[in-house]
Design a protein around this ligand. Structure first.
Ligand code: AP5
Ligand code: MG
Length: 201
């Protein structure tokens, strides 16, 4: 038997959710974890931005919503994720930016239940608001994201507080949330994430 094969290459179902306010580092960390652990990063923000870039009907519909930092309607996201999950076998995903409302979280619970796929980890990256704003404004110097400016960054933080914080509580009640310090270098944050994934809540 080949004992040198790393644990993380086993193709078992695995679902990890990254939670955290805009700018917390979800995308940065999810991309690395996905690459190193043979998982698919599903970033709903990236998918929606791709629609905008391609000028699809959906892109045209969501562009003004994203520009203001508001959320795209739940039904759009839930069907997007539902269709994606149906194409995966095994289901090995990191959700980055989904679920973002209680309705989305409940819909995801149902989808995973129907699939017989367990939810392994919910990782919450915690960073103080002013650092989040600074990160987003800083990225806005070179990014082409229409929501990377101070006014929209603040609106996004408020939306997170009002609509996504209940998602944190939803998973906390299920005992799944691991809250991690999101400040420090990206390597330091990644080390915390690896440790958390290896010792689920
Ligand atoms: P989305 O694309 O999901 O954006 P977000 O999560 O709100 O914010 P970011 O992507 O900016 O933050 P992040 O946590 O991924 O951090 P990142 O790694 O990029 O959503 C955009 C919009 O799409 C929403 O407002 C909504 O309109 C719509 N949408 C998407 N999903 C939806 C859903 N499920 N339902 C409804 N609507 C939805 O890092 C941020 C910056 O910080 C980067 O410059 C990075 O280099 C830097 N950084 C990262 N880590 C560190 C560190 N440790 N130290 C210093 N800087 C760091
Ligand atoms: Mg992101």
């Amino acid at each position: 038997m080949d004992n040198t094969k790393p644990e993380n290459t086993k193709l078992e179902n695995q679902v990890i959710i990254f939670l955290g306010a805009p700018g917390a580092g979800k995308g940065t960390q999810a991309a690395r974890l996905a690459t190193e652990h043979n998982l698919l990063q599903i970033s709903t923000g990236d998918i929606l931005r791709d629609h905008i870039a391609r000028g699809t009907e959906l892109g045209q519909r969501v562009e003004p919503i994203m520009k203001q930092g508001h959320l795209v309607p739940d039904d759009v996201l839930v069907s997007m994720i539902g269709e994606k999950l149906q194409t995966l076998e095994p289901v090995r995903v990191i959700f980055d930016g989904f679920p973002r409302t209680l309705a989305q979280a409940e819909a995801l619970d149902q989808m995973l239940l129907q699939n017989g796929t367990p939810l392994n980890s919910v990782l919450l990256l915690e960073v103080p608001t002013e650092e989040l704003i600074a990160r987003i404004v800083n990225r806005g110097i070179s990014s082409e994201r229409s929501d990377d400016n101070e006014t929209t960054a603040r609106a996004r933080q408020q939306v997170y507080h009002d609509l996504t914080q209940p998602v944190v509580e939803h998973y906390r009640k299920q005992g799944l949330v691991q809250a991690l310090e999101g400040r420090g270098s990206t390597n330091e944050v990644y080390a915390r994430i690896l440790e958390a994934v290896q010792t689920p809540a």
